[in-house]
Design a binder for this molecule. Structure first.
Ligand SMILES: [Mg+2]
Length: 237
């Protein structure tokens, strides 16, 4: 019996819509702020800066980061427009920010059949960033968890994390792929660990995940393209 090959998948914006959910909440926030008379065209940049600073400070996607960034943006504009802050409005903003974690993650179109097809040939593993309990619940709610042998949640993906997943599941480096939408999180640490990588960009992503690649990887713009690369082992020596 031959051992199955492995694929270590990313979750957010690789298999489920995440950025789009944040953008919906951000649009609702901007509307709310306009209602308070607190708005200018720089708002989305300012919110993004607060959000990134919070993630960097917490060294990961802690669930407090986004609602906190909304409140910081409210405080910033309240001060800018010399308008008093209202605790009722802060509570409204906090509730809006937390909605992101109450929504059921929606799989990208075709994600489920893609995983179902791969399952026969590959051992599928999920390595995702964020709050461990929250992420595990989101994976369950997405309906995609039955396709994965195991789900790993880390604050930030490193080469060591990829090596740990390989070791825990008896996978060979040369027989395992990393597939994800972020060069920073899914490609660079996986290349460092010696894996072959596919950058799968089916949907938009947060610019915080932008980076320069440290080595070669294959690019797929659809699940079908990704499947073809996996079948052809196209750039593997
Ligand atoms: Mg991602």
């Amino acid at each position: 019996m031959t051992e199955k090959k492995g694929i270590i998948f990313d979750f957010d914006d690789t298999l489920v819509h995440t950025n789009i959910m944040f953008n919906e909440i951000k649009a609702a926030f901007e509307e709310m702020m306009q209602g308070f008379g607190l708005y200018d065209e720089k708002m989305s940049d300012i919110l993004n800066k607060f959000d990134i600073a919070n993630v960097e400070k917490r060294q990961g996607y802690a669930k407090e980061c986004f609602p906190h960034a909304l409140k910081q943006t409210y405080a910033h504009y309240s001060s800018l427009y010399a308008r008093p802050v209202h605790s009722k409005e802060i509570r409204q903003i906090e509730a809006l920010g937390n909605q992101i974690y109450q929504q059921k993650p929606r799989p990208l179109e075709g994600a489920e059949s893609f995983l179902a097809d791969l399952q026969a040939e590959y051992k599928l593993l999920l390595l995702t960033k964020g709050d461990p309990i929250l992420q595990k619940n989101r994976v369950m709610a997405s309906g995609l968890s039955p396709y994965f042998t195991d789900v790993w949640v880390v604050w930030n993906k490193t080469a060591t994390d990829f090596k740990k997943v390989l070791a825990a599941h008896g996978l060979q480096t040369a027989q395992t792929w990393s597939v994800g939408n972020s060069i920073k999180s899914d490609i660079n640490p996986a290349l460092e660990a010696g894996l072959a990588c596919i950058l799968l960009q089916v949907t938009d992503m947060w610019d915080y995940e932008d980076a320069e690649a440290i080595g070669p990887y294959a690019l797929a713009k659809s699940f079908e393209e990704c499947r073809m690369i996996l079948q052809g082992n196209s750039y593997r020596k």
